[in-house]
Design a protein around this ligand. Structure first.
Ligand code: OGA
Ligand code: MN
Length: 274
C-alpha cells in the first residue's frame, strides 16, 4: 500500500492513508507518522482496527505510556488505556469518563510533566456532534496581540484543577493535584518553535494577584481558541487521532446522549515544559 499524507486544514491537521495499524509498524510507516506528527500537530488515520494491545504498542513507539489518575476509568486488564464513554454498566455505573473536557485544554497540564502526545481511538460515535476541535498554538503564539505578548513574556502560568473542569475526580484524586507553574510560552523540543501553553487548567499567573491575572487569562483563552487556528474533527468509528499536547489545544463538543460515544485513549509521558 502506498503511504500518503493529506492536509486537513490550512492551520493544522493531516490524514495519513495507507497504514494498517492492526499490524506491527514497519520503519517507513513509523517515520511517516513521526514526521507528520511534528509537521501537522494532529494526525488522523481512518478505518483502523486497533485492539488494546496494538494501541499500547503504537503508543510505546513514541515513549512511555502515562497512566491516568482516573483509575476508575482504566480499561480492565490494560491500565494504559483510559476509556472515554457515555455507556453504563448493567448496575448503572459509568463505563468510562463521559466528558473529557468541553473546554480548551492540553492533556494533564496540571502535572509537572504533562503528556507529550495523546492517541484517541473511536469504537462507537454518535451520528452527529461529539466532534473534537483542535487549535494550533504555534499560530496562536505568532499571532499574539502585542499587549498579551508583553503581559505574558517571561511569565509562568499556574495550572491546576477544580470541580468545574474535573467533575469526575474523587476528592482524594483532586487533592493529589497541586498547582504547578509552566512557562506561558514554551519551546517545542522537537521543532524548536514557540507555542502558547495555556488552556482551561491555567488558572493563575505566577507573581500576580487573581484579580490582575483573570482578564489576561480570559483574553489569552479567547485568542488561543480562535476559529482561524482551528481544525474540527468529525469522528467515524475506527479513527485514530494523535495530537501533540505541546503545541495544540483541544476541546470536546456535546452530542445527543441517546447515542453511544465510546473511545480508548492513551497518552505518552512527557518532560518539564521549557
Ligand atoms: C481527551 C479529550 C476530547 C473528546 O481524550 O483528552 O479531551 O472529544 N477528548 O472526547
Ligand atoms: Mn483532553
Amino acid at each position: 500500500m502506498t503511504i500518503s499524507v493529506h492536509r486537513l486544514h490550512e492551520s493544522l491537521g493531516a490524514e495519513i492513508r495507507g497504514i494498517d495499524l492492526s499490524r506491527p509498524l514497519d520503519d517507513t510507516s513509523f517515520a511517516t507518522i513521526a514526521t507528520a506528527f511534528l509537521d501537522h500537530q494532529v494526525i488522523v488515520l481512518r478505518g483502523q482496527q486497533l485492539p488494546p494491545e496494538r494501541h499500547i504498542a503504537l503508543t510505546r513507539r513514541f515513549g512511555n505510556p502515562e497512566i491516568h489518575i482516573l483509575e476508575q476509568f482504566h480499561l480492565v486488564g490494560h491500565h494504559e488505556i483510559l476509556v472515554l464513554s457515555n455507556r453504563k454498566h448493567a448496575d448503572g455505573t459509568p463505563v468510562g469518563l463521559e466528558d473529557a473536557g468541553r473546554y480548551w485544554h492540553t492533556d494533564v497540564s496540571f502535572w509537572p510533566e504533562p503528556s507529550t502526545a495523546s492517541l484517541l481511538y473511536s469504537l462507537e460515535v454518535p451520528p452527529e456532534g461529539g466532534d473534537t476541535m483542535f487549535t494550533n498554538q504555534y499560530a496562536a503564539y505568532d499571532a499574539l496581540p502585542d499587549e498579551l505578548r508583553r503581559q505574558l513574556d517571561g511569565r509562568r502560568l499556574l495550572h491546576g484543577l477544580n470541580r468545574v473542569v474535573a467533575p469526575k475526580f474523587t476528592d482524594e484524586q483532586l487533592a493529589r493535584v497541586v498547582p504547578v507553574s509552566h512557562p506561558a510560552f514554551r519551546t517545542h523540543p522537537g521543532t524548536g518553535r514557540k507555542a502558547v501553553f495555556a488552556g482551561a487548567f491555567a488558572m493563575g499567573i505566577e507573581g500576580m494577584t487573581d484579580a490582575a491575572a483573570r482578564p489576561i487569562l480570559d483574553a489569552l483563552y479567547a485568542h488561543c481558541g480562535e476559529d482561524r487556528f482551528r481544525y474540527v474533527h468529525r469522528w467515524r468509528a475506527g479513527d485514530l487521532v494523535m495530537w501533540d499536547n505541546r503545541c495544540v489545544l483541544h476541546h470536546a463538543t456535546p452530542f445527543d446522549p441517546a447515542y453511544a460515544r465510546h473511545m480508548h485513549r492513551t497518552t505518552v509521558s512527557g518532560g518539564r515544559p521549557i
